[in-house]
Design a binder for this molecule. Structure first.
Ligand code: E4P
Length: 220
């Protein structure tokens, strides 16, 4: 399973690349706004961090654009900035044709804001390189998500679609483990979610106990 960092903060991305070799990056307008710089400046800085690697960076087209031609034009512009960029298009009807056109041109699309198996199916049929089912938003709304991810993975496998599934809006380690058990390809989460997941109170307790024994023993 691949771990993507869900962030547009250059310092966080650099840290996660160095500390645990994240496999890619996903950004969205909220993350870019939080990074505090203009959109193009931010995505160019991220592109520099991954230059020369095959790590994908998802960058989102202006969400106001709701027509196929506009999506394609903007996607072409963004894709020309970096070979690492995968263009995020929101899961709405005009995006499906845009995904097909862009795929023909070799431009990879991450179809985002997916909340139902039907949306996932259509995004995969259209040729999306990644699809991003969001689970955190559903859970926040008291919807179950294990069955949702399971259905999306099953549909992909039943029909041999090539799209990779990014389980997105992940809030905790349990969701990451579930996504892995269910056979999703990728999770994307914030730095704090990974760091909390790598930690365990028993591990810390064990370190404390073993340190005491260590201190009571001669080295040679
Ligand atoms: C995924 O690609 C999205 O950027 C992300 O997971 C959206 O959710 P969030 O911003 O609420 O975490």
């Amino acid at each position: 399973m691949k771990f993507f960092l869900d962030s547009a903060k250059v310092d966080e991305i650099a840290y996660a690349l160095d500390a645990f070799d994240i496999d890619g990056v996903t950004t969205n307008p909220r993350h870019v706004q939080a990074a505090g710089k203009p959109f193009l400046t931010t995505i160019r800085e991220i592109a520099e961090l991954v230059a020369g690697t095959d790590k994908p960076v998802s960058v989102e087209v202006n969400p106001h654009i709701m027509d196929t031609d506009g999506m394609v034009a903007e996607a072409r512009k963004l894709a020309a900035i970096s070979p690492n960029f995968v263009i995020k298009l929101q899961c709405v009807e005009p995006a499906f044709k845009a995904i097909r056109i862009l795929k023909e041109e070799g431009i990879r699309v991450n179809c985002t804001l997916i909340f139902s198996p039907m949306q996932a199916l259509q995004a995969m049929r259209s040729g999306a390189y990644f699809i991003s089912p969001f689970i955190g938003w559903k859970e926040a709304n008291a919807e179950e998500t294990r069955g949702f991810v399971d259905e999306v993975v099953t549909i992909r496998d039943n029909y041999g679609f090539e799209s990779e599934i990014i389980v997105a809006a992940v809030r905790n380690a349990r969701q990451i483990a579930e996504a892995a058990v269910l056979g999703a390809d990728i999770v994307t989460a914030g730095l704090a979610v990974y760091q909390a997941g790598f930690d365990h109170p028993y591990t810390r307790d064990g370190i404390r106990k073993f340190s005491e024994f260590w201190d009571q023993t001669d080295y040679e």
